[in-house]
Design a binder for this molecule. Structure first.
Ligand code: SF4
Length: 392
């Protein structure tokens, strides 16, 4: 565009896609929308072309996009930069290699570790970091008192060997496990062993084991070569994938009352298949300890759960979910315990999918409109929040 070039990468999801698409079509005659990166990149390019200033271009993006965006990029002049949305929904950290004097930005610290980079800092919400031939600068472009780091990163999405808030993610997940023991003492007393949903429930199983003294029986094993994620597959395919992927060593659960640890229940399919297998093997009782509280609403910020219909927790309480998946009980960690274990405060986290309170205004309007339509029986298909009739 007029000799100005920028390459940009982006982690997150944009909510107010319709007005942005229109703005880009008006400004770029060959604009084609394939994904949200096109919107972020063109919005940045537009601002950069007008101002020739990275700070102004990043500010324009931060002020006009509703959603989650952690962005890294480089201009045709060799200016290397990274910035985070004003709520700081997605992680983004910086590090350097002292030998080669190379700077790196990454969503998670694990990639800095694996590439032998020194971890330097996590970008603040609304912050921009720029490296040019003149040096390195950190600039707080937008001050926003309401931060909203995704709570689901702690429970499910982030790698266990990444560091958030000064702790390895797996350590926080172990604390989640200890919390569930404290919250469900009566259930713990009834049970003989713990088993995890491999590998998503492993870290919390360690915490449950430590706090309860129950043996963590490693009798659920994952097929190392079936790598599809059941989370994002279609129904029949999902069922058979889970069936192939997870093996239960029946003799270890026969006649026993078992706690299964799991990080979250989205559709409930994975846990249902596992419990079916345990029942066939003769398990006496099965309780599911779930570290992420009941998911009641969709996520518009980049986690693939975009409608109310696909979430078993949007229509059913814990007792009903237990019946649906064949468990004797579903024991969710409370929101308060989860927040405390993260080391953050409630108003520093996004808890939208478990509270219904979305940190960004467009997402809240869309969630409310979708909920009304869902309750009236409209069919939800795919990312319906991007449809024109839903967008405010
Ligand atoms: S809605 Fe849930 S999954 Fe999405 S960003 Fe917020 S906490 Fe994370």
């Amino acid at each position: 565009m007029g000799g100005v070039t920028v390459a940009l990468s982006f982690n997150g999801n944009i909510v107010n896609t319709q007005p942005l698409k229109k703005e880009m079509e008006d400004n770029f005659k060959d604009f084609i929308y394939n994904c949200d990166s096109d919107l972020v990149c063109h919005k940045f390019l537009l601002g950069y072309k007008q101002s020739k200033d990275i700070v102004a271009a990043a500010k324009g993006v931060m002020e006009s996009l509703d959603g989650a965006f952690s962005v890294t990029g480089i201009t045709g002049n060799g200016e290397f930069f990274a910035f985070k949305d004003p709520h700081g929904i997605k992680p983004l950290c910086a590090g350097h290699d002292p030998n080669t004097k190379t700077l790196a930005f990454s969503s998670e610290t694990v990639s800095l570790d694996m590439n032998s980079f020194v971890r330097d800092f996590e970008l603040n919400p609304g912050e921009l970091a720029i490296a040019t031939k003149d040096g390195f600068k950190r600039i707080q472009v937008i001050e926003n008192p309401k931060h909203a780091f995704c709570a689901f990163e702690f429970a499910y999405f982030a790698r266990p060997d990444s560091i958030f808030n000064g702790k390895y993610v797996y350590e926080i997940r172990e604390q989640f496990g200890r919390n569930t023991v404290k919250e469900y003492q009566d259930v713990v007393k009834e049970c003989d062993i713990i088993m995890s949903v491999p590998e998503t429930g492993d870290d919390s199983a360690m915490g449950v084991h430590e706090a309860s003294g129950l043996r963590w029986e490693r009798c659920s094993r994952r097929h190392r070569y079936v790598t599809e994620r059941a989370f994002i597959l279609l129904n029949a395919e999902r069922y058979s994938t889970i069936d192939k992927k997870i093996n239960i060593l029946g003799s270890k659960v026969a006649g026993k009352s078992v706690i299964i640890t799991e990080d979250s229940i989205v559709r409930g399919d994975t846990t249902k298949v596992i419990i079916e297998k345990m029942r066939q093997a003769g398990a006496k009782k099965v309780y599911v300890f779930v570290t992420f509280p009941r998911i009641i609403g969709p996520c518009f910020y980049g986690i693939d759960m975009s409608s109310y219909g696909q979430l078993v927790g949007s229509r059913h309480n814990a007792e009903e979910i237990a019946k649906i998946i064949g468990a004797d009980g579903v024991c969710y960690q409370s929101i308060e315990a989860l927040v405390e274990a993260t080391g953050k405060k409630t108003d520093e986290l996004c808890l939208a999918c478990i509270t219904g309170k979305y940190p960004t205004p467009c997402a809240q309007k869309i969630a409310d409109a979708m909920k009304r339509r869902f309750q009236q029986g409209y069919e939800e298909k795919g990312r319906i929040y991007e449809n024109e009739e839903i967008q405010p």
